[in-house]
Design a binder for this molecule. Structure first.
Ligand code: SF4
Length: 115
């Protein structure tokens, strides 16, 4: 039975149909690569925010340094929500190394000065 996916690689959002080995509906090779990865090991880049102690602002935007297994994202978000970073923070600082032993770091994407 065919299954439909929406490609999330670019804003065009192509609807990709997968029916056994038959893959259709993608508009470029990146979409085909995306769906092949999605079928065997779906992964996502995570962006979120983390509370900050002693900074000039109270939350720091963060992201995963690489893609994470899709089924781990909820647990990673819960861990980020429970974690408090301490200012000063520089873009690229690793705030959670090797999150949940997944081989991916959670890093800051904003500079935050100490108050
Ligand atoms: S298949 Fe290509 S053009 Fe279509 S959404 Fe994916 S990346 Fe964009």
């Amino acid at each position: 039975m065919a299954k439909e996916y929406i490609c999330i690689v670019c804003p065009k959002g192509c609807h990709i149909m997968v029916d056994g080995d038959d893959i259709s509906g993608y508009s470029c090779p990146r979409g085909l690569n995306y769906i092949k990865q999605e079928l065997v090991d779906p992964r996502r880049t995570l962006t979120s925010t983390m509370y900050v102690e002693g900074g000039n602002i109270r939350v720091c935007p963060v992201k995963s340094s690489d893609t994470l297994p899709k089924d781990s994202v909820f647990d990673v978000v819960k861990l980020i929500d429970k974690t408090v970073a301490v200012a000063p923070i520089k873009i690229g600082d690793v705030l959670i190394p090797n999150v949940l032993n997944l081989g991916v770091d959670i890093v800051a994407t904003k500079n935050i000065d100490k108050i």
